[in-house]
Design a protein. Structure first.
Length: 119
């Protein structure tokens, strides 16, 4: 899969997912060996999700290098956030390869979950 093909798959998923009411591509940069996308979407229940992915092509395979997903309710309160970027370098056991979850009450904890098929 190429970098442009990867982003076409992401967009196709957003267009066809019945949980997505609408979406906006806030930023998109596509090059031969890497790319970045940032998307805001509204779900049919009114919640909002914003996600960002930076990908690289290595030996013909797409690798997600950094990602960030966050979901807010209709009033703008944070429901959940996942990312692998080093916002909290003093957090015990921090590793760029691990996923952390920031809950509505602001607690940060290591998460075994990764949002599959956001939306």
């Amino acid at each position: 899969m190429t970098v442009p093909e990867y982003f076409e798959v992401v967009k196709a998923h957003l267009l066809t997912n019945p949980l997505v009411e609408n979406f906006q591509i806030v930023r998109e940069r596509i090059a031969a060996n890497d790319g970045h996308i940032r998307v805001r979407m509204k779900l049919i229940n009114g919640n909002l999700i914003e996600f960002s992915e930076y990908i690289q092509l290595h030996a013909g395979n797409i690798q997600v290098i950094t990602y960030s997903y966050h979901c807010t309710d209709t009033s703008g309160k944070l429901i959940v956030r996942w990312d692998n970027t080093p916002h909290f370098p003093d957090l015990d056991k921090f590793s760029a390869s691990q996923t952390y979850r920031l809950s509505r009450n602001g607690r940060i904890r290591l998460s075994d979950e990764y949002i599959q098929g956001v939306g």
